[in-house]
Design a protein. Structure first.
Lengths: 303, 80
């Protein structure tokens, strides 16, 4: 099938299958899946700028479906999602500016590559340590725990962060948080946004763990709320990229047909897994991201 | 319990098949017709293209989500 906007020939079945796989990941983990979609589009000869913009457009559609499914399951905190969207958009703009500054300095590729490898690796190792520790202590406590039970070995640190009395404080009844500083939420969203602007994609691999470990949001709610927040921030990203001529909406529409089914499967699957198990299964995702960057660094080819 | 999941799986397989037929029609009819118009918009009217792109992807998400939900509900009811 010929896509005139990006001037490429791609099989619609290939696009639908890629969309389906990313949909499952997105629905289950609350990530955009740009670390797969970008290389998958590049593999078919789509220019990098179109791969980034088109991926964002596809993320909007997929996240609408997955967030709606999670909302039906009671996994979306709308108040938190709206607040976080502001921080993410501001952070994304700062991240994009940082990229421009590094471009001017002439070392953008090296800096972005090393930062992303360190960040991806740290997240994976931390989540591996935390989820295993939590699962081990849960096994000691009871062999028959509830499938949606959500404890964290990092809980005491999270409680200290929640006790910070930085005015204004708000309550998040849906997430079971009585009081938390608005600045903490905005900071988490802002940092996620910086990584989104700096490394590309929706940066769900940073935001979802931050929501669990820093804000203390239960994993199921973090996944659903992250998806809802991605709808807003990715819409903004799609609009700005479309204005710059980086979006082939026809490719995004075809990819999205597969993602609809995948996102529903992913979202429904979360109810059969406890929070620590979802976090443990999340570990390979940032490692795949790190592997792609290392491959790019070693071969000089951008996937 | 096992019977229930077998029914769900069968309904899901049929849903996938019906969905694939509908999506194939969609590829050839709607996208083929929209292709040239969207290409023209992208080259001539960027702002309109950006708005239309967002509306299209959001609209498709809502419609396909509703379609798959209805299909699944119908098929589950039929096999019950």
């Amino acid at each position: 099938m010929f896509f005139p906007i990006s001037n490429t020939h791609i099989s619609p079945i290939y696009l639908a299958v890629v969309g389906f796989l990313i949909g499952i990941l997105g629905g289950f983990f609350g990530v955009g899946g740009s670390f797969i979609a970008g290389p998958a589009l590049r593999l078919m000869g789509v220019d990098w700028n179109y791969a980034v913009g088109t991926d964002l457009a596809h993320i909007v559609g997929k996240s609408i479906v997955a967030a709606r499914q999670h909302r039906t399951l009671g996994n979306v905190d709308l108040k938190l999602g709206f607040i976080m969207a502001f921080g993410t958009i501001a952070g994304a703009e700062c991240g994009a500016q940082l990229i421009q500054a590094l471009k001017r300095a002439g070392n953008v590729n090296m800096v972005v590559s090393w930062v992303s490898i360190i960040v991806y690796f740290s997240i994976a190792m931390f989540m591996l340590w935390e989820s295993q520790k939590t699962l081990r202590s849960a096994n000691k406590r009871s062999s028959r725990s509830h499938p949606r039970e959500d404890r964290s070995a990092f809980g005491p640190v999270t409680q200290k962060i929640q006790r910070l009395k930085l005015w204004p404080t708000i309550s998040l009844p849906t997430s079971g948080i009585q009081k938390i500083s608005l600045w903490t939420i905005l900071l988490v969203a802002f940092v996620g946004g910086i990584f989104s602007g700096f490394l590309g994609g929706g940066a769900g691999y940073i935001r979802m763990p931050s929501m669990v470990y820093v804000l203390g949001i239960p994993t199921h709610l973090a996944v659903g709320t992250d998806l809802f927040e991605i709808v807003i921030s990715a819409s903004y990203g799609t609009f700005t990229h479309a204005m710059k001529g980086n979006v082939d909406i026809l490719i995004a529409l075809v990819m999205h047909t597969g993602a609809v089914i995948g996102a529903q499967i992913g979202a429904v699957s979360t109810q059969y897994f406890a929070g620590p198990k979802i976090r443990l299964a999340f570990v390979p995702l940032p490692l795949i991201g790190a592997a792609i960057v290392i491959y790019t660094l070693m071969t000089g080819h951008k996937l | 319990m096992k019977k229930e999941s077998e029914k769900s799986l069968r309904a899901f397989a049929i849903e996938l098949a019906v969905y694939a037929v509908l999506v194939t029609c969609y590829f050839f009819l709607v996208l083929h017709l929209l292709g040239n118009w969207l290409y023209h918009l992208e080259t001539q009217h960027r702002l309109t293209y950006a708005i239309v792109a967002l509306l299209l992807i959001a609209g498709q998400a809502v419609v396909l989500d509703a379609l798959t939900t209805v299909l699944f509900r119908l098929l589950r009811g039929r096999w019950r």
